[in-house]
Design a protein around this ligand. Structure first.
Ligand code: SF4
Ligand code: SF4
Length: 376
């Protein structure tokens, strides 16, 4: 945090936006700036496409999003992709426009493609000129993903070295998301540490938040206990992990978050594999305020929010049942539990895809430029 008053300031912002009573108000929306990616990781959780097939949000869409974010007093956004740095113009444009509006960019996710000798320093300069270090609520985070990515680890090491030598942890935080290959359990982050130490000296453990997880086909681990194998773990066990999966390494999630896909669908959770049923509407078809209102009417979201995660649903769906249901991931359990919740309570979630289509031209008139003034 940049200031101890951070939550007072956020609450005051929500009050001014008329959301004082809402129980679900995102602290941060993670949005896909582009679906383009220079890489093609086999287990990509982002639905990324090639540079030719993907698309980036247009200037008009980004202007509209910023106006909508401001309208609900959103304090911060995380920018993801695809790979946001292949849409550099759009990235810098959004950051520059967001500066001073109260909507802070507090996380950038990247595969480090820009960490070459020629591009690293100039890219940092561009980010700073666009306001990267100007946040007043949260210290921004650069999240470097080194799972199946093919970016040379030299690039990633250079970005880390630049960050720790040029900025303090009051300016910029760093995180690394790393995977282990299940065949040997060797984590890629150890390769990165070896390479970093050979080039620059001690690895800056005190500056790096690391999420080290085995995503890939754990079934290949011969000595793994049956109960821990994906697909054989009980839903009851996964339920106790929701919201806390990063707790041992980066601390509890700052919640609530939301995910905005490049097609405009807004989900009430920012997990990669968030179930479709947590999509509450399309921001390119209706105002964010209306979508949040719909999410706030969801009994499922209210129950999960109030209880601090899926564990709250033990009250509704008895353990006798969830202990005998199995699935491969905790967000997979979310999907199963929504169905169970609907059966038991008779309350259904509105599917984003089933929402009525609204002509978007009516929404563009909400843009600040069209109104002749900027929303605060
Ligand atoms: S770099 Fe990231 S967005 Fe691109 S393919 Fe890999 S996981 Fe997907
Ligand atoms: S289980 Fe559901 S609420 Fe929990 S992180 Fe996954 S999608 Fe979000």
């Amino acid at each position: 945090m940049k200031t101890p008053q951070v939550f007072d300031r956020i609450r005051a912002r929500w009050d001014r936006a008329g959301l004082a009573e809402a129980s679900y108000r995102p602290l941060r929306i993670e949005f896909e700036l582009t679906t383009k990616c220079n890489d093609a990781c086999p287990s990509c959780g982002m639905g990324a496409l090639s540079l030719q097939a993907g698309r980036s949000l247009t200037d008009q869409q980004l202007d509209y999003l910023l106006a909508e974010f401001s309208d609900v007093g959103l304090p911060s956004v995380a920018i993801t992709g695809g790979e946001p740095f292949v849409a550099m113009r759009a990235l810098l444009r959004f950051m520059t426009l967001a500066r001073g509006t109260g909507v802070e960019v507090n996380k950038l996710t990247t595969n480090g493609i820009w960490g070459s000798k020629q591009r690293c320093g100039p890219t940092f300069d561009q980010l700073i000129n666009a306001g990267l270090l100007d946040n007043t609520l949260f210290v921004p985070l650069l999240m470097l993903s080194i799972g199946e990515q093919t970016t040379p680890l030299e690039h990633v090491a250079r970005i880390i070295h630049h960050t720790v030598t040029e900025f303090t942890d009051h300016d910029l935080n760093l995180a690394i998301s790393s995977l282990a290959d299940p065949s040997d359990r060797e984590h890629k982050i150890y390769d990165l540490m070896r390479l970093y130490e050979a080039a620059y000296g001690d690895f800056p453990h005190d500056r790096i938040h690391s999420t080290m997880r085995v995503y890939l086909e754990n079934d290949r681990l011969e000595d793994q206990a049956e109960i821990n194998r994906p697909g054989r773990t009980s839903v009851a066990k996964w339920m106790d992990r929701c919201y806390d999966c990063f707790a041992p390494t980066v601390g509890s999630y700052v919640l609530p978050t939301a995910l905005l896909k490049a097609d405009g669908t807004l989900y009430a959770c920012a997990a990669f594999n968030v179930p479709e049923k947590l999509g509450f509407g399309n921001l390119f078809r209706e105002p964010l305020r209306d979508i949040l209102a719909r999410a706030n009417r969801s009994a499922y979201v209210s129950a999960v929010r109030a209880g601090g995660g899926l564990k709250a649903l033990h009250e509704v769906i008895p353990r006798a049942e969830t202990e005998h249901m199995t699935c491969g991931s905790f967000c997979g359990s979310c999907s199963l539990l929504i169905d169970k919740f609907e059966q038991r309570t008779g309350q259904t979630l509105p599917a984003g895809s089933a929402l009525p289509f609204v002509d978007t031209s009516s929404l563009w008139s909400r843009l600040p430029a069209a109104q002749g003034s900027r929303r605060g």
